[in-house]
Design a protein around this ligand. Structure first.
Ligand code: ADP
Length: 486
């Protein structure tokens, strides 16, 4: 597994959870999995057990020179992880944040080359290399055009698309940096040339074209990226390669996200004892200085990004406060403008005893919010899979979501779903506007107040859902076997 994130040691979003959770599941099923990551200075080193240097003489080609790298090994909650540390004045991974620099494509292209160089030098020949998103899209290109000829003859590549909005569109220099060179060859619509900008290289496109199988993180998103503008220009490429493209719903790791065993929450509970949730609701209110009232708590946990529907999140806050609910938000943004906007909102609502906005990243508080809230709002513009709604379901927190991507595949409307009543688990709206949001929230809040027993049924239906890695784990294994034997 070659990735730019792995929970909890280096996590920005769902990609990190998927890398950790899938590796865990594969190991449970008896497979040997190793993860290669950059060694970031801002990693959670307290989450790595036994961190030691295993390789000190790795020289990675970079333009016409080589960069000296060290490789460290450690266990991240039992997963075997290698961390690559370049010794370069460019300080690729020593910048205090994971992403957000102008040279991100260069940083991660270097990481890809370093990961393969390490595998070659360390004599690692796995059956499958699995890479993720644009950051590692160039791995199969390097593998099949360079490393195959240096001795890595066997590996097959599975490439997973977590979000097509970010594709790693960059300049020709990336070819010189990585040693691929040959611009005449790669600047071709069937290879790495960007579909919009003909003088740019698209790293994600490279991953799609060169890998043996491409997955994305839900069946609906797989359809959306082939048939709508959610492909951000890669739809044509995906259609050309449609025979090797499939959607597999992500799982969540129930060792981490399980109210029956969660050590971050004051009161454990499960289907047999859902009322345990109310002690957590009280604790959440106590912690965030919310008034103890007979009201539902509506929550939002996630990145604050246009993709997540920032305007609808704001609308959700005001709708809740005006309609007998409390609201809790935990989120942050890499965009200064959005952060500023929510800080402003926070100041505006500061004295409201029914509202708390926590702007920042806080894993442990997230657990308490999932456990202590009644509803989880996910009003995304698009959502490749979405983990928040699946976690919310497990915690008996009823999701209120927009019908897009994985949200559509996991949440089934209490009133309108074609599923039988015992499989309905939340509220779904279609239109990406205030009226859409309101149509779902009104029904959710109405049921909480007027039909508590029916609301409780929805909670239980959600807690019963199995969105573990069990099914997706088997799907990925089927794909690995399929491409290995071809
Ligand atoms: P994305 O990958 O688009 O960020 P997902 O729903 O797939 O969204 O995954 C989000 C994950 O990150 C969930 O596990 C969620 O709990 C967590 N998360 C997001 N923002 C925060 C935050 N500010 N604090 C704690 N956890 C967060």
């Amino acid at each position: 597994m070659i990735a730019s994130e792995c929970a909890p040691v280096a996590k920005v979003g769902g990609l990190a959870d998927v890398v950790y959770g899938l590796c865990h599941e594969l190991e449970i099923r008896g497979h040997d999995v190793e993860i290669i990551l950059p060694k970031y200075d801002c990693m959670r080193y307290d989450q790595v057990y036994g961190f030691w240097k295993v390789f000190d003489d790795l020289w990675v080609p970079f333009y016409n020179q080589s960069v000296h790298c060290s490789v460290f090994f450690g266990f991240v909650h039992g997963r075997k992880c290698f961390f690559i540390e370049p010794h370069s004045e460019r300080h690729f991974f020593n910048r205090g944040i994971f992403y957000g620099h102008h040279d991100d494509p260069e940083r991660f292209a270097f990481f890809c080359r370093a990961a393969l160089e390490f595998m070659l030098r360390a004599n690692k020949h796995p059956d499958i290399i699995h890479c993720h998103d644009w950051q590692t899209g160039i791995v199969p290109v390097l593998l099949f055009d360079i490393y195959k000829h240096l001795g890595m003859t066997h590996p097959r590549v599975c490439y997973t698309l977590h979000n097509l909005k970010h594709q790693g569109v960059t300049g020709e220099f990336i070819l010189r940096e990585t040693g691929l060179n040959r611009p005449d060859y790669y600047f071709h619509p069937d290879r790495l040339q960007d579909n919009f900008n003909r003088s740019a290289i698209n790293l994600m496109k490279g991953g799609i074209v060169y890998s043996n199988f491409v997955t994305t993180v839900s069946p609906t998103y797989a359809w959306e990226i082939m048939h709508t503008d959610l492909s951000y220009g890669l739809g044509r490429t995906l259609q050309v390669h449609h025979r090797k493209v499939g959607g597999i719903l992500n799982g969540i790791d129930y060792d981490v996200w399980n109210p029956e065993t969660d050590s971050h929450i004051p009161q454990r509970y499960g289907i047999a004892s859902p009322e345990g949730k109310y002690a957590n609701k009280e604790a959440l209110r106590h912690r965030l200085l919310l008034r103890q009232d007979y009201k539902p708590v509506v929550a939002y946990v996630g990145r604050l990004d246009h993709q997540k529907g920032v305007d609808l999140i704001r609308d959700g806050i005001f709708y809740s406060l005006a309609n007998g609910c409390q609201f809790v938000l935990l989120g942050s943004s890499t965009e200064a403008g959005i952060n500023h906007y929510f800080w402003h909102l926070k100041n505006q609502l500061n004295d409201n005893p029914g509202c708390h906005l926590e702007i920042g990243y806080n894993e442990e508080l997230a657990h308490l919010i999932y456990a202590g809230s009644d509803m989880m709002l996910v009003p995304s513009l698009f959502e490749p899979c979405g983990l928040t709604q699946m976690i919310a379901l497990k915690y008996g927190t009823v999701p209120v979501v927009r019908a897009t991507g994985g949200l559509k595949d996991t949440v089934f409307d209490a009133d309108y779903s074609h599923k039988p009543p015992q499989e309905r688990n939340g509220y779904v709206f279609h239109d990406f506007n205030y009226r859409g949001l309101e149509s779902a929230m009104r029904r959710a809040v109405g049921r909480w107040y007027s039909y508590p027993h029916l609301f409780r049924e929805l909670m239980i239906n959600g807690m019963r859902c199995d969105y573990s890695w069990n099914h997706p784990g088997q799907h990925y294994l089927n794909i690995y076997e399929y491409i290995r034997d071809r």
